[in-house]
Design a protein around this ligand. Structure first.
Ligand code: NDP
Length: 319
């Protein structure tokens, strides 16, 4: 089988294609022929070593494909079933072994590329908008990187719950996409905190969803209403430096959370949230933008584009 293998942490150039032996599924596992693997910003953190994984490793957590072989005791799936996943390490490959608990059956009306594209960013958008801050009708929220993978999905889910979205983007093209996803106001990053004040009549937003991190964190705090919530869920621009808790008092007795999927996506929640996402896709209420498809052996280019902010929506690798 084909796989991308990282033998040392570093830039996109460490994403090298390799031939590997086809793995054998153990008890409770299946072998899947990957139809597409999702690219996520966390794959960059793994590649650089910001989130340490010891090399050599195959990056990627997400994808969709066809069950090719069953391990001992597997009764939930049959060979030929379409499945998707968001937490199976080694997904940048033509085949992957996955524990049954990490898999979801793909509904027949959801195309495989959409199934491969939506889970990781979609489940994140789902838990951020329904649990981290359960958005209520009339809530005003600020979403950074509004045309990104999480950004486009989160914008739609917040609108679905009756919220008002102010989104930041870095270009006109991205502004168009963010508006199409439902953002009420789309602004640039320069001076965004002042602009958010103007757009909320001086009050500030109820919640900031910040996946950009270092470059936007301070401005985000200054964009919140008193007792508002900063949901810092990523760091595309770099990690946020340590801060003095007194800063939260200064900006209005704010709340700060740093959510990760592990605490929102236990087995039952994973299934429930994914079912919700798939049914919104089936009913046409959630649209998934695939902004780029790359051959698996061009994973390097996909990472270069992602880090250079040239991408929108979801990137897929096709073996
Ligand atoms: P995106 O598709 O959103 O890509 C990142 C975007 O961030 C860029 O397109 C760019 O949009 C913006 N950006 C701003 N500054 C920079 C910078 N200096 N370098 C690169 N990009 C920058 O990626 P994802 O949707 O995959 O992820 C978004 C964030 O969400 C990431 O931080 C990721 O780690 C996080 N995340 C967190 C999860 C969790 O459970 N905690 C799960 C999934 C994702 P623009 O050009 O418009 O500024």
């Amino acid at each position: 089988m084909k796989a991308i293998v990282v033998t040392e942490h570093g830039g996109p150039e460490v994403l090298a294609g390799a031939e590997a032996a086809t793995p054998t599924p153990g008890a409770g596992e299946v072998l899947v022929d990957v139809s597409a693997a999702g690219v996520n910003y966390i794959d960059v953190y793994h590649r650089t070593g910001l989130y340490p994984i010891e090399p050599p490793f195959t990056p990627g957590l997400e994808g969709a494909g066809t069950v090719a072989e069953l391990g001992e005791g597997v009764t939930e799936y049959a060979v030929g079933d379409q499945v998707a996943w968001s937490q199976v390490p080694g997904s940048y490959a033509s085949q992957v072994v996955a524990p049954v608990a990490a898999l979801l059956p793909v509904p027949s009306d959801v195309p495989p590329t959409v199934a491969a594209a939506v889970l990781l960013q979609g489940l994140t958008a789902e838990y951020l908008s329904s649990s981290t801050h359960p958005v209520a009708a009339g809530d005003e929220v600020l979403i950074h990187a509004g045309a990104g993978g999480v950004g486009l999905l989160l914008t739609q889910l917040v609108k679905h719950r009756g919220g008002r979205v102010i989104a930041t983007v870095s270009s006109e093209d991205k502004a168009e996409l963010s508006k199409e996803a439902g953002a009420d106001e789309v602004i640039g990053y320069e001076g965004f905190a002042d602009r958010v004040r103007e757009l909320t009549g001086g009050r500030g937003v109820d919640v900031v969803y910040d996946g950009v991190g270092k470059a936007t964190f301070e401005g985000g705090l200054a964009s919140l209403r008193p007792r508002g919530l900063m949901a810092l869920f990523g760091q595309a621009s770099g990690p946020v430096p340590p801060m003095d808790p007194q800063t939260l008092a200064k900006h209005g007795s704010l709340y700060l959370t740093r959510p990760i999927g592990a605490h929102y996506l236990g087995p039952k929640e994973f299934r429930r949230r994914a079912d919700g996402l798939f049914s919104l896709i089936s009913s046409g209420e959630l649209s998934v933008r695939i902004g780029g498809e790359y051959d698996l052996d061009r994973a390097r280019l996909a990472h270069e584009d992602l880090e250079a902010r040239r991408t929108t929506g979801k990137l897929l690798l096709v073996p």
